[in-house]
Design a protein around this ligand. Structure first.
Ligand code: 5GP
Length: 191
């Protein structure tokens, strides 16, 4: 079975991380791209697991060496997708998922073919704001910046191949599993 790489896009706070953690617990055969970023780690975030946390100079060097498939500035930091490992995993036929914001998704869609873009949407705007605040890791200024960007990002859903509403994590995971074709993989393994 050949998997089309999946981009998971959606506004900050919508629950992309939670949905992906739950999906990977169910399907450890999925390969989740670990991005590089210049932002500071949040409490509990682990270098090499949640992100590779880089200095500005290290990030610049990666760009100069062609090491990133895409990169974008989001809020006050830069984020990018390391190229080599992702290409190797795709070539091996692994089910690959990349979580990223919309500028990066646009670039990857120009550079990688085939690729599938899935937009994770909040049930409603108020719920998004509530989730972003509940996380409790951002300053008020950062929350305001993220909400502003989120308004633009909501419009990006129209450009994506699929929209999954994250009403409840388990059902969003199930939808994503079906879109990626993971359920058929499990069915093959079971027989
Ligand atoms: P956060 O700071 O909340 O972890 O991430 C902020 C935004 O950056 C989120 O929308 C997240 O999906 C996005 N992001 C994470 N990794 C990448 C990446 O490699 N490239 C791009 N363009 N965006 C990313």
């Amino acid at each position: 079975m050949i998997f089309v790489p999946t981009l998971l896009v959606g506004p900050s706070g919508v629950g992309k991380g939670t949905v992906l953690a739950s999906l990977c617990a169910l399907y450890p055969e999925v390969w989740l791209s670990v991005s590089v970023t210049t932002r500071q780690p949040r409490p509990g975030e682990v270098h090499g697991q949640h992100y590779y946390f880089l200095t500005d100079a290290e990030f610049d060097e990666l760009i100069a060496n062609g090491g990133l498939l895409e990169w974008a500035t989001y809020s006050t930091a830069r984020y990018g997708t390391p190229r080599a490992e992702l290409e190797a995993q795709v070539a091996q036929g692994r089910a690959v998922i990349v979580e990223l914001e919309m500028q990066g998704a646009r670039l990857v869609r120009e550079r990688l073919d085939p690729v599938r873009a899935v937009f994770l949407a909040p049930p409603c705007w108020n719920e998004l704001e509530r989730r972003l605040r509940r996380r409790g890791t951002e300053s008020e200024a950062s929350i305001q910046r993220r909400l502003e960007t989120a308004r633009e990002e909501m419009e990006y859903s129209a450009e994506c191949d699929h929209v999954v509403v994250n009403n409840e994590v388990a059902s969003a995971v199930e939808e994503l599993v079906n879109l990626i074709g993971l359920s058929s993989l499990r069915a093959q393994t079971d027989t």
